[in-house]
Design a protein around this ligand. Structure first.
Ligand code: SF4
Length: 118
């Protein structure tokens, strides 16, 4: 996981394979990928499976855009979790997702703060 500054540097590197996803950017290194790898249309190159993206993968970077998307998702989830009429099973699942996204944003913000301290 990397800071926005790291992500901007990586995105500007033409030698890297970059795959933008929802709330994350995959800076693809197939040797370190935590997801299933698939083949592209020509079947000559391995590509990441963004639908199977794992939160602990070291290939994840987050840009400012990604953090904005996560923040919007968090706001939506907070409303759903606070709905007193929602089924408990759904609320439990959404609460877990909310905690995971909040943790991702907190970690990102902490790293950004450390980055600026340097
Ligand atoms: S798990 Fe996510 S970040 Fe890691 S290689 Fe796969 S798509 Fe990219």
């Amino acid at each position: 996981m990397r800071t926005s500054s790291d992500a901007r540097t990586l995105l500007a590197n033409p030698d890297l394979q970059i795959y933008p996803g929802h709330g994350m950017t995959c800076v693809f290194d197939p040797r370190r990928a935590a997801c299933r790898l698939s083949r592209d249309d020509t079947d000559t190159r391995r590509t990441p499976d963004l639908a199977d993206c794992r939160p602990n993968c070291v290939n994840i970077a987050r840009t400012d855009r990604d953090i904005d998307e996560l923040t919007t998702d968090i706001e939506t989830l907070r409303v759903l979790v606070d709905d007193p009429l929602a089924p408990p099973i759904r609320v439990a699942r959404e609460r877990q997702q909310l905690l995971r996204l909040e943790d991702a944003v907190t970690q990102h913000t902490r790293r950004e703060g450390n980055d600026h301290d340097l």
